[in-house]
Every structure is written in structure tokens, then in C-alpha cells.
Design a protein around this ligand. Structure first.
Ligand code: KG4
Ligand code: ZN
Length: 372
């Protein structure tokens, strides 16, 4: 099956073309191993547009999607004949910013109308962005070396992005139970906000990782919120506030927040060593909590694998630590390859294919608060 997938839930305009094979339902065991080949994975990032505001501005994002979608589609360089080979159109319906979701949905519907004339079998399916992240490990080389999907379950999955922090138990690829989630900020959001306090550009996650490499992770003893609670929920707003107080106590107030491109006056720049130490100590604190809770869930569930996904899954320390800890308990560790951690459309194609196999149709309308 050839799938054209479109993702516009936040600030990336993404279109992918992929082939999917196998994975027909195998009774109560869930799905047999589906296989994917990504032919094109195009992303037009809006980071530069939003950077002066220090975060994503929904209406600006929608405007950029409307402008970028036709160009990205054009860049697929599909010849006329190739359009006829597409079997399924997939589009993100949520969660995300509703004006942005609508931009992608309307664009996909337009393509559907045009292609349907020549290709009466063409299907259109809505996809859940979180399922996209969750299933993005199916695009990794490591997964393709696995003989049988069944061997991976039960599994514990951690989804960590700018909007979500969710821990799941999966008895199969499609049967899942939410163990816990964040009670306040998502961990990616916490990275972004801490970076803002340190006057680092948006998005903060990659910047914090880069500067953490130059700092001492034990320099500042930031709290590890809820690390020892018996549940599987998370809380990151206290950690964020601790960064703020730490800087303020040292006389570096929260003053340099980008303000529509105009920076407020910065009489007292934060010393480089303090920035690096704050990054390293903050990163370590956030990751300690994520790893402790994920691995406790994995031990309790006797998990055969641990799956990490979402934008924060790009974090090298998080990947390395979870991989090492999974090994210790004899569980396999899966994380998407770098191109598929942050938002992309290939993962949306994967999620849509899984829904197609399950004959699960979603309403093709924007659902900003859609969950798993
Ligand atoms: O999945 P994603 O692209 O968008 C959402 O669905 O939210 O995740 C974006 C988030 C941002 O908060 C960004 O700062 C974070 O992922 N991120 C990282 C890294 N790369 C991206 N966080 C920590 N370390 C990274 N290397
Ligand atoms: Zn995402």
C-alpha cells in the first residue's frame, strides 16, 4: 500500500510518501509485523518564524502552513502517473493547534477530491498524532531486524513531546493502557521554558542538550518531582520554577524573554558556566524522573521492550540511559531514528496504516484535545 501522509498539527509542515506491507490482523494476538519503507519525508520548519516570539504562535503557524503546503507537495515531485499509485491519504486530526490541524485537513481533502477522479479506490483516513509518535519506532532499522512483532510485548512506551508526557502499557501493538501522564507541563515544554529563562533560542530542547555537554550535571541539585510516588504520573512545573528561582537568587532575573523580536534590556548577562551547569543539571533532573518511572513500570510489567518517542526522544542522554537500563532488565529498547523523533508525516502514515488494518475510521475534523 502506498500512503501519502500530511502533518500540520504544530509548527512543521510535513508531507511523506511511504509504502506499507503486511501486518494483517492475527486474531487476538494483535497485528502481525507491518513493514514500512519511507520514499519521501519532507518537512518545512517554521522555527525561524516563531523564534522571535519564543514559542509557537497559532495564527502565524496556520498562515505558514497554508503558504507552505502547496510548495512541500510540489517538492514531492510526483509525476502524474504516480498519483494513481497512491492508495491512502492520511492526515493528522489531533491533538494539536486547531487552526493548524484544519489547514492540513482541508489541503488533504482537496487532494482527495482531485485524485479520486482517476483513482476511485483511493481512501482517506484521519490519524492521531500521538499514535504517530508511539508507532514511529516501526520506521527504525532495529525494528526491521525483528522477526516477529509478538516478541516485543508486553511493552512500556514513553511518549515525550512539547505537548505530552505519557507512559503506556502495551500488551500488543494496538491494545494499550495509559499508566500515567503529566499533571502540569509536558517535559518538552519544560525544556523550552527553562531555555527561555536562560535566554536560549526556541526550541529549547536541542539548545539545552548542546550546552549541557559543557556543564556539570551535579553542579545544581534541582528537584526530581514525583520520582518516588507510587503512581506513574509526572509533574514538571516545579522543576521549571526551581530553574527560575536558582537564576533569580544569583541575581539573574527572568528578563531576556524574546518579545516579538525585541529583547528587553539585558544589563546582566548570565555567565556561560552558569548557563552550562544549569543546562546539564536541569537535563539530568528531568531525565532521572523519566527514566525512574519508565523503568519501574517496565520491571512491574516484566516488559520485553521499552519504546521511547516524541520530540524529546531526540535527547541523547535520555536515549542512552533508557537503553542502558532496559538492557539491565533484559528488555529491548526502541527509539525512532533521528528524522522521526520530532514532528514528521511519515509517522502519520504509519499510524493511519495501523488504523486501516484495524478498520478504524476517525472523523476527519480537527480535534485539538484528542488523546490516546
Ligand atoms: O514531538 P515534537 O516535535 O512536537 C510536539 O508534538 O510537541 O516535540 C517538540 C519538543 C520541543 O519541546 C523540543 O524542545 C523538544 O521536543 N526537543 C528536545 C530535543 N529535541 C527536541 N528536548 C530535549 N532534547 C532534545 N535534543
Ligand atoms: Zn509531536
Amino acid at each position: 500500500m502506498r500512503i501519502l501522509a500530511i502533518e500540520t498539527s504544530c509548527d512543521e509542515t510535513a508531507i511523506a510518501l511511504l509504502e506499507a506491507n503486511g501486518g494483517l490482523p492475527a486474531g487476538r494476538q494483535g497485528l502481525k509485523s507491518p513493514r514500512f519503507r519511507v520514499l519521501k519525508n519532507l518537512i518545512s520548519s517554521q522555527i525561524e518564524t516563531h523564534r522571535p516570539w519564543g514559542g509557537v504562535v497559532p495564527n502565524l503557524a496556520k498562515r505558514e502552513h497554508l503558504k507552505n503546503l502547496p510548495h512541500v507537495f510540489e517538492n514531492l515531485k510526483l509525476k502524474n502517473g504516480n498519483y494513481r499509485t497512491i492508495d491512502l491519504l492520511a492526515t493528522t486530526v489531533g491533538p494539536g493547534l486547531e487552526p493548524c490541524l484544519w489547514a492540513g485537513i482541508e489541503f488533504t481533502k482537496e487532494i482527495y477530491k482531485k485524485l479520486k477522479i482517476e483513482n476511485s479506490k483511493l481512501k482517506i483516513l484521519g490519524a492521531n498524532h500521538l499514535e504517530g509518535h508511539l508507532y514511529s519506532f516501526l520506521l527504525s532499522k532495529k525494528y526491521t531486524r525483528e522477526k516477529d512483532l509478538k516478541n516485543l510485548f508486553p511493552a512500556i512506551a514513553l511518549i515525550v513531546s512539547g505537548g505530552h508526557t505519557i507512559l503506556l502499557y502495551l500488551s500488543s501493538l494496538t491494545k494499550m493502557q495509559k499508566l500515567g501522564e503529566t499533571r502540569d507541563d509536558a517535559v518538552g515544554e519544560c525544556f523550552d521554558k527553562a531555555a527561555r529563562m536562560l535566554e536560549l533560542p526556541f526550541p529549547g530542547g536541542p539548545e539545552i542538550q548542546r550546552l549541557a555537554a559543557k556543564g556539570n550535571p551535579n553542579a545544581i541539585n534541582f528537584p526530581r518531582p514525583m520520582i518516588n510516588t507510587k503512581d506513574y504520573d509526572f509533574s514538571f512545573s516545579g522543576l521549571k520554577t526551581s530553574v527560575l528561582y536558582h537564576l533569580r537568587d544569583l541575581g539573574y532575573g527572568h528578563r531576556g524573554i524574546a518579545n516579538g523580536g525585541k529583547k528587553k534590556s539585558a544589563p546582566n548577562p548570565i555567565p556561560k558556566t552558569l548557563v552550562a551547569n544549569t543546562c546539564a543539571s536541569f537535563q539530568k533532573a528531568a531525565i532521572d524522573v523519566l527514566v525512574a518511572k519508565t523503568m519501574r513500570a517496565a520491571r512491574v510489567a516484566k516488559a520485553r521492550s521499552v519504546m521511547l518517542s516524541g520530540g524529546v526522544a531526540a535527547n541523547k542522554l535520555l536515549r542512552k540511559t533508557l537503553e542502558k537500563e532496559s538492557k539491565k532488565i533484559g528488555a529491548k529498547f526502541f527509539a525512532p531514528e533521528m528524522a522521526y523523533n520530532t514532528d514528521n508525516a511519515a509517522m502519520i502514515g504509519v499510524a493511519a496504516y495501523i488504523n486501516f488494518l484495524r478498520k478504524k475510521n476517525r472523523k476527519i475534523i480537527a480535534q485539538g484535545n484528542l488523546n490516546l
